[in-house]
Ligand binder design. Structure first.
Ligand SMILES: CC(C)(COP(=O)(O)OP(=O)(O)OC[C@H]1O[C@@H](n2cnc3c(N)ncnc32)[C@H](O)[C@@H]1OP(=O)(O)O)[C@@H](O)C(=O)NCCC(=O)NCCS
Length: 113
């Protein structure tokens, strides 16, 4: 059964997802008036099992009253991962809407529920 733990607090927030005791995923964010998710990464050989969705949902549940932002931009990864279109669609299914800004065309935000 995967677990999600907050391992670093304000202002840099870090959550780790573990399965069988081993860290397989990590989400980093910056706390503030808006919470900014700076990265979410699952180990290449653990992808496609729903771990990123589990991790994202666990983190979103912490912030029902806060605007959350991110850049839907894939990080370079040796074994690939979701591409930009897949990332945007995924974040869209989790309540994020495109909010491009000059200098940050892939910005998306999720307003408080
Ligand atoms: C992005 C990343 C974290 C996803 O991890 P993952 O554990 O494979 O993702 P999941 O299995 O939880 O799937 C996430 C979503 O993408 C969908 N998905 C998974 N594989 C897919 C594929 N090949 N095509 C389309 N959609 C796909 C899933 O259905 C899921 O959507 P849902 O929650 O609406 O059902 C992983 O690819 C990664 O670490 N990439 C490198 C780092 C990166 O680019 N991070 C994002 C920017 S910071």
């Amino acid at each position: 059964m995967p677990t999600v733990d907050l391992v670093s607090r304000y202002p840099e927030l870090v959550w780790e997802l573990r399965t069988s005791g081993a860290v397989v995923g990590r989400l980093e964010a910056l706390d503030g008036e808006t919470v900014w998710i700076s990265s979410i990464v699952i180990l290449p050989d653990k992808r496609g099992h729903g771990y990123a969705s589990l991790l994202l949902d666990a983190v979103l549940a912490h912030f029902p009253d806060i605007t959350i932002g991110l850049a839907a931009n894939p990080l370079p990864s040796p074994k690939g991962g979701l591409d930009r279109g897949q990332l945007q669609a995924w974040y869209g299914r989790h309540g994020f809407a495109p909010a491009p800004m000059r200098g940050d065309p892939h910005r998306m935000i999720r307003l408080p529920s």
